[in-house]
Design a protein around this ligand. Structure first.
Ligand code: CP
Length: 295
């Protein structure tokens, strides 16, 4: 049984195995193939989610698993119970695997060492969001055929982004060239040795232009006053979308701040793959749960 805590320590071969299995699940006509019948999976979300939570649930149900959904807001976490005690509690009741989203960095590794069930990272702080990056590279591979040599720009709030980090690790292992673009306040200096920061014009010339959500909740103190300026300097505006290479694709993990990092009319632009990414999240998570639980 195998956990998936991040992509930094996963090999290119392991990533490709997951992408290939996702392609297999995507090709299946039957909606439910119960290879995980009689297995119990708990989705434990200590942070809010729409896409990740529901696509995990969809994936688990399509594999025939029994699903227990846990949301911190309606649990004993509100009484001060720790994340570790919560996971141990569910493990003691007999769950076979756990999917976890949480804020603190490093806690997931500690818990994974102490429990005997596989754990899947559904996003931990600004550290990693492995299944998001897997569905992103799957979306790119489906569109371009292969990742080797592909130029990928990741634009925006790199500093707070677990999506940027997981994509960086996965893309580099698969031979893609990653570039970052961000205002100084949103740069992650520790990543500079892994990928260069480039101008917005250079970033827009890539094959894949991935916009990140400006994490407005972390920019208190009037960021919205700067939203107009941010859009002008770093946003995927209609004008920038018009000037992309015809073969380029626009991506965004969502949720989007319309008219901040991406214009309202560009979200469903013909070169946008934003809803395709969400669609691809289901077969990716089927492959990840299969990897975690099936032998
Ligand atoms: N992309 C993503 O992780 O979305 P949610 O926060 O809605 O799960």
């Amino acid at each position: 049984e195998r956990s998936l805590l991040g992509l930094k320590d996963l090999s290119g071969a392991e990533i490709n195995w997951i992408l290939d299995r996702a392609a297999y699940w995507n090709s299946q006509k039957e909606k439910v193939v119960p290879i995980l019948k009689d297995r119990f999976i708990s989705n434990m979300f200590f942070e809010n989610s729409t896409r990740t939570r529901f696509s995990f649930e969809m994936a688990e149900k399509r594999l025939g698993a029994e699903v227990l959904n846990f949301t911190a807001a309606s649990s004993s976490v509100e009484k001060g119970e720790s994340i570790y005690d919560t996971v141990r509690t569910l493990e003691s009741m007999g769950i076979d695997a756990g999917v976890i989203r949480l804020k603190p960095i490093g806690v997931l590794e500690e818990i994974a060492e102490k429990v005997s069930i596989p754990l899947i990272n559904a996003g931990d702080g600004n550290n990693e969001h492995p299944t998001q990056a897997l569905l992103d590279v799957y979306t790119m591979r489906k569109h371009f055929g292969e990742l080797k040599g592909l130029k990928v720009s990741i634009i925006g709030d790199i500093k707070h982004s677990r999506v940027a980090r997981s994509n960086l690790w996965a893309l580099q292992k698969l031979g893609a060239q990653v570039k970052f673009c961000a205002p100084d306040s949103m740069k992650a200096p520790e990543l500079e040795r892994h990928a260069p920061y480039v101008t917005i014009d250079e970033a827009m010339s890539s094959d894949v232009v991935m916009m990140l959500r400006v994490q407005l909740e972390r920019h208190e103190g009037g960021f919205m006053n700067s939203a107009v300026e941010y859009r002008q300097n770093y946003g995927m505006t209609e004008e920038r979308a018009r000037n992309l290479s015809p073969h380029a694709i626009i991506m965004h993990p969502a949720p989007v701040n319309r008219n901040v990092e991406i214009d309202d009319s560009v979200v469903e632009h013909q070169q946008s793959r934003i809803f395709k990414q969400m669609e691809n999240g289901v077969p990716i998570r089927m492959a990840v749960m299969e990897r975690a639980m099936k032998h």
